[in-house]
Ligand binder design. Structure first.
Ligand code: GLU
Length: 479
């Protein structure tokens, strides 16, 4: 067992909209740290340079703060183990990787992307697990140095043991064994000198003196690779705790196709942060007396890992609404009013909406009917309306599905970027025209065939609300 002071972390990658799963894992990390007088670290894992964005990083801070998480160390608050953003630690990973080369735990691999692709294809055809065949493991030292000197691109791979097993010891699950021959010679450093997730994650957890790695179940298959790295470096392993995945009602892994998953959506839909955290605390964990409504202090005083159940907790929206209702109804009226003004009628949103609808107003009280769809998630558009003239149900479904996927990837939710997605879609599809696609998008987003200018409207509504409208429309049209 670990006798060092408890230090835990969450390590989100800033590649999209902050996910409810991040808040879930963050909550358990924070409670465990607080219960043990330890530290809770937020580390930004932005080694994927092409997918990481500043907007997403900012949204992570904003959403996690809103839901009520507080961290002791992180890129935004500093701390003694910084920098806490992996893109600022590249040299640290390179130095550590060089040590593994020196101790012969790692090797340079010069295989081309082409060769690796052919290898994978061959393995797939033979129904073998796809993994590197180790060709560059045995290169002679002279060849390695001459190819390195002549500037041949290479990656650095870990030399996994040829035989034996690696045991993952998970606090909740016990021992999980892996045959070493099943494990790939993972890439540690890419040819551009940037680290992979595995290397950066292990080096940072070690240097940041993390004692307990508490993360989602989906990372279990990476853990034997991490353990091999700890062994190669000669470092002590942290305690591993893999939390159950949140699930949709049909037991599949929670996904944005079936459920809202972005924290921004829950905020927009008017969930109270205290209800959110209470609900997330019940995902797999329960109070000793099975009490359902409890606050963070109560959770902390009762928390223990042996009350975790591993049978995938269902993220049940109705239950969340029920709980949220309990919290809402006990708020003093003035407090509730203040929250409605702050969250539903947010000052900047109201200003944007007034600007957008002014042109269509004849009386002040028309503000309410003209703008209601900006302020509520409760818009349900009937099938007939979702199929505009010149389209059939199947085509409308396909267009909405495709557009929602493209819109998911818009990181900077600005009218120009939204418009570009719609126009690019029309340009690359012969069976739809611009008028149809704009009309369909308007109906899906606003529930109406007449609205203020579409792209500005979608920008003001915000991404989370727009995505929810697309998800609802798809559910309504599902073939
Ligand atoms: N960057 C990983 C993520 O996006 C971190 C996983 C871990 O906690 O090790 O969740």
């Amino acid at each position: 067992m670990n006798s060092r002071p408890v230090r835990v972390r969450i390590a989100p990658s800033p590649t999209g909209d902050p996910h409810v799963g991040t808040a879930y894992i963050g909550l358990f990390n924070m409670i465990f740290a607080r219960q043990n007088g330890g530290s809770f670290v937020l580390r930004i894992e932005d080694t994927d340079q092409t997918r990481s964005t500043k907007e997403s990083e900012e949204a992570i801070y904003r959403s996690l703060r809103w839901v009520g998480l507080t961290w002791d160390e992180g890129p935004d608050v500093g701390g003694p183990f910084g920098p806490y953003r992996q893109s600022e630690r590249t040299e640290i990973y390179q130095t550590h990787c060089a040590k593994l080369l020196e101790s012969q735990h790692a090797y340079r691999c010069f295989c081309s992307a082409d060769r690796l692709e052919r290898l994978r294809e061959e393995q797939r055809r033979m129904k073998l697990p796809t993994k590197y065949d180790g060709r560059c493991r045995e290169l002679a030292a002279e060849e390695v140095s001459s190819r390195t000197q002549s500037g041949d691109p290479f990656v650095i791979r870990l030399k996994t043991p040829d035989d034996g097993i690696t045991v993952v010891n998970d606090l909740l699950r016990g021992e999980i064994q892996y045959e070493n021959t099943q494990i790939d010679d993972q890439v540690l450093l890419k040819s551009d000198g940037f680290p992979t997730y595995h290397l950066a994650n292990v080096v940072d957890d070690h240097l940041m003196e993390i004692t307990h790695v508490i993360r989602a179940e989906e990372w279990i298959p990476s853990t034997p690779k991490h353990i091999m790295l700890y062994n190669a470096f000669g470092w002590e392993q942290p305690t591993f705790i893999h939390m159950p995945l949140l699930r949709n009602a049909d037991r599949s892994k929670i996904s944005k196709r079936k459920n809202p998953v972005s924290l921004e959506f829950f905020r927009k839909a008017g969930f109270l942060p205290e209800a959110m955290l209470n609900f997330l605390a019940m995902m797999g964990w329960s109070m000793p007396n099975d009490q359902e409504k409890f606050c963070l202090d109560e959770m902390r005083s009762q928390f223990s890992w042996d009350r975790m159940s591993l049978s995938g907790p269902v993220f049940n929206l109705e239950k969340l609404e029920w709980l949220n209702g309990l919290y809402l109804r006990e708020l003093p009226v003035n407090d509730l009013k203040a929250r409605i003004l702050a969250e539903v009628f947010r000052e900047e949103l109201v200003t944007e909406v007034v600007k957008l609808i002014q042109e269509r107003m004849r009386r002040l009280d028309e503000f309410v009917p003209l703008s209601s769809f900006f302020f509520t998630t409760d818009v349900q558009t009937p099938v007939e309306q979702l199929v505009p003239k010149g389209m059939d149900k199947k085509l409308a479904h396909r267009v909405i599905r495709d557009l929602s996927e493209h819109l998911d990837n818009v990181t900077s939710w600005k009218s120009g970027n939204i418009e570009a997605v719609l126009r690019a879609y029309v340009d690359s599809h012969d069976d739809v025209n611009i008028k149809q696609v704009f009309m369909l998008s308007r109906i899906v987003a606003t529930g109406r065939s007449a609205s203020p200018p579409l792209f500005e409207t979608m920008e003001a509504m915000g991404k989370a609300l727009c995505q929810d409208r697309f998800r609802r429309a798809l559910a309504t049209l599902r073939p």
